[in-house]
Write a protein of this length. Structure first.
Length: 398
């Protein structure tokens, strides 16, 4: 350091990013690691999708700056997809293409919240909503997601905080718990938002990773677009997280705030990726179906083995995450964070990487999250290693 601290003071308000800590753990790990840490899809993208991207590379326009809100052709494909999937009509000027939904969520918070504004953030939750709220100087309020409420926010609690909120960040199907919100739940939250005048950002990036009935969109609630926007991503649906493409639709005022931040920060997703995303949304229903089947088989194989360990898990109805409650005896035995302790021991003893529940918030303590990002065979090996280690550890042999 040459004198002044190079770090902005606001960086002191957030912890190191959870998944960068997991990356560090991974790089120090022994050989033979089974990595179930980050929600980073491993399924190869469909060959037809790769072909669409290759063709898009040859277009001259795709090597120039993209437009800020995204190509009209892609935005039109998004509106059509919304209609087919949710029976919701979206106008072209109510859509923005994003460099992944993470970017959009972060910039929405910066575009809408000032210091002093209060943002409701789910706990446990994807860390971006909480950390960006802190970075932009607004004040987060924890919205607990507890097992006794099926990992959904308690509506009475929401009613109590509603008058103070500027923005409520929701994420269903939920990372990390796998919980799915019903249309009735969304209806209640939209009613509250309209009554108390707050906004809603619903992160629906796992809408296509389901094993039961398809999860709804908050925009299916009449008048939701008066207060809500919804994020989607192609990262999970089409296994292309590296391409960085997502979208946000809904309330025009919120979108315009987000776009103003984007205009001063980035230049939109790469044109070639937008064209390939257009192709995926228009022709990709069967790719998404194939992906669901793969995750379902992985989910079932892993949960069956895990339930034999005393680490009790309910197979999630959506997402590719297994949210496992740690055994009581482990929680009683460990000093400090039970979930971090478990993840460290799991890495050392089993060469399996998982994400500690506490990394998703205080209400995540006592759980670990396994991402189903390895083939069934490797998942079964991971669960068996875990079973052997836990049996020995429970008997006090380790
Ligand atoms: C809840 C949630 N929202 C957003 C994202 C980011 O997705 P994208 O690749 O579209 O930025 C993730 C990624 O894991 C996520 O779990």
């Amino acid at each position: 350091m040459i004198g002044k601290d190079p770090l902005a003071r606001r960086l002191g308000t957030i912890p190191p990013y959870l998944f960068s800590r997991l990356d560090e753990m991974k790089s120090n790990a022994r050989q033979g690691l089974i990595d179930l840490g980050e929600g980073n899809p491993d399924i190869p993208p469909a060959p037809k999708l790769l072909r669409a991207l290759r063709q898009a590379l040859l277009k001259k326009e795709n090597h120039r700056y993209p437009t800020y809100a995204g190509k009209e052709s892609l935005r039109l494909a998004i509106t059509r997809w919304y209609w087919r999937r949710f029976r919701v009509k979206i106008s072209l000027d109510s859509v923005i293409a994003l460099i992944g939904s993470k970017e959009g969520l972060a910039h929405l918070i910066w575009g809408t919240c000032d210091s002093g504004d209060i943002v409701g953030v789910c706990d446990p939750g994807y860390p971006v909503a909480l950390n960006q709220t802190r970075l932009c100087g607004a004040t987060p309020i924890t919205v607990p997601l507890e097992e006794k409420n099926n990992f959904l926010p308690d509506l009475d609690f929401l009613k109590r905080i509603a008058p103070r909120l500027k923005l409520l960040c929701l994420n269903f199907p939920n990372n990390p718990t796998g919980a799915v919100a019903s249309l009735d739940f969304y209806q209640e939250v939209v009613q509250l938002a309209l009554k108390y005048g707050f906004y809603i950002a619903n992160d629906n990036v796992y809408s296509e990773i389901y094993f039961d009935s398809p999860p709804p969109s908050i925009l299916q609630v009449p008048d939701a677009d008066a207060c809500a926007v919804e994020f989607h991503s192609l990262s999970k649906t089409f296994s292309i997280p590296g391409w960085r493409i997502g979208m946000v639709v809904g309330n025009k005022n919120l979108l315009s705030a987000l776009l103003r931040i984007k205009q001063n920060t980035d230049s939109g997703p790469w044109g070639a990726v937008q064209d390939a995303a257009h192709f995926a949304l228009q022709n990709g229903a069967q790719f998404a179906e194939k992906t669901r089947k793969i995750y379902q088989a992985r989910r079932d194989a892993f949960c069956q083995e895990l339930n034999l360990t005393g680490c009790l898990v309910t197979p999630p109805a959506a997402t590719f995450y297994i949210w496992a409650k740690l055994p009581e005896w482990w929680q009683e035995r460990v000093n400090g964070s039970a979930s971090y302790g478990f993840v460290i021991a799991l890495l050392e003893k089993c060469r399996v990487l998982a994400a500690p529940g506490l990394g998703f918030g205080r209400y995540g303590e006592g759980y670990v999250r396994f991402a189903l990002i390895a083939e069934e065979r490797r998942l079964a090996i991971a669960a068996r290693r875990l079973k052997r280690w836990l049996n020995n550890a429970r008997a006090g042999k380790l």
